[in-house]
Design a protein around this ligand. Structure first.
Ligand code: BDR
Ligand code: CA
Length: 314
């Protein structure tokens, strides 16, 4: 599998990159940085440091993309990941530097010169992907598959009751991408809460390994532990990005999925970025049930994933 990871690199984003790097058969072609979790250039440094700690310095190019959402003011998640996105570990600067090419052009060039071969894992707000689509709409057909971490599946969000962070930061980009016609799979915050929380035994195993990567994992996890304790009553090891990556890399981890009609709310402030997800009605049903969404599904939505096998992979 040839993969581009589009990321706002902080905690779990970094673990997802590690998962892709360390999985045989996966070639990480590029890392592209999008606005999101923390300061834009800090996210770039986090991606470069992650490559270095994994022994992949200068093996994967890192491109910087859009530092701002399309329309909205910047929103970050420093209260979740720490100001540096890495639980304020303040890691040293990596040797590798980012490329000068813009991430949007890197995405377009890679996808268009390898039709049907590249998958994108979009684990950040969708600004870079929406901009690439606006600049070169033919990427919709040339991309093999788009894996999106974002939205909620008829349950509470993590940023507001109505919405999940990646969609909340850039709802217009999310709406554009979801409706663009990509072959795509959505991994929601709801899925993370159901299937993407690392069990205590798995965490203990990682900690006991006491390798550079396991120490990296435990260090970077500390701020999210504190934050989830406040929100959910106990420290949770939540892995939205890594779970999406794991499902992309090995689809047998997907235990249940449904072809759905997905759309994103951009008009309301109260329900900003709410993701409407349902199985659409067919023509006959739509004649009776006039207000329910009808038509063709535009997205596969993962409903359940194999938590034990995910934990094992991670
Ligand atoms: C998503 O938002 C970000 O804070 C995480 O990195 C993840 O991509 C979860 O809602
Ligand atoms: Ca992310």
């Amino acid at each position: 599998m040839r993969l581009i990871i589009d990321t706002d690199t902080a905690g779990d984003d970094a673990f997802s990159i590690l998962l892709a790097l360390k999985t045989p058969g996966v070639t990480l072609e590029a890392i592209t940085i999008c606005n999101g979790n923390v300061d834009f250039s800090q996210q770039t440094e986090n991606a470069l440091y992650t490559l270095e700690v994994a022994g992949y310095s200068d093996k994967v190019p890192v491109y910087q993309g859009c530092p701002l959402p399309l329309l909205r003011k910047e929103v970050d998640a420093t209260e979740f990941f720490g100001v540096d996105g890495m639980s304020d570990a303040h890691f040293p600067k990596a040797k590798q530097r980012p490329e000068s090419k813009h991430a949007v052009d890197a995405i377009i060039d890679l996808v268009m010169s390898n039709p049907g071969e590249i998958d994108i894992l979009a684990q950040a707000p969708l600004t870079n992907i929406a901009t690439a689509y606006a600049k070169e709409p033919r990427i919709v057909k040339a991309l093999r598959h788009l894996w999106i971490m974002g939205g909620t599946d008829n349950s509470l969000g993590n940023t507001t009751p109505a919405s999940e962070f990646n969609f909340y930061v850039d709802p217009e980009a999310a709406k554009m991408v979801i409706n663009a016609g990509f072959r795509q799979t959505l991994s929601t915050w709801t899925l993370t809460m159901n299937s993407g929380i690392l069990p205590q035994e798995a965490l203990a195993r990682i900690e006991a390994m006491n390798t550079p990567l396991s120490r990296f994992f435990m260090t970077v996890s500390q701020a999210p532990f504190k934050r989830t304790k406040v929100r959910y009553g106990s420290p949770l090891s939540t892995h939205p990005d890594s779970l999406t990556c794991a499902c992309a890399i090995d689809e047998s981890l997907i235990l249940e999925a449904a072809d759905c009609l997905v759309d994103v709310e951009t008009g309301s402030e109260l329900t900003r970025a709410y993701s409407s997800i349902c199985v659409p009605l067919d023509e006959e049903q739509a004649k009776i049930d006039k207000l329910w969404p009808a038509g063709k599904p535009n997205c596969r939505v993962i409903k359940k994933a194999d938590t034990d096998r995910f934990a094992e992979k991670l």
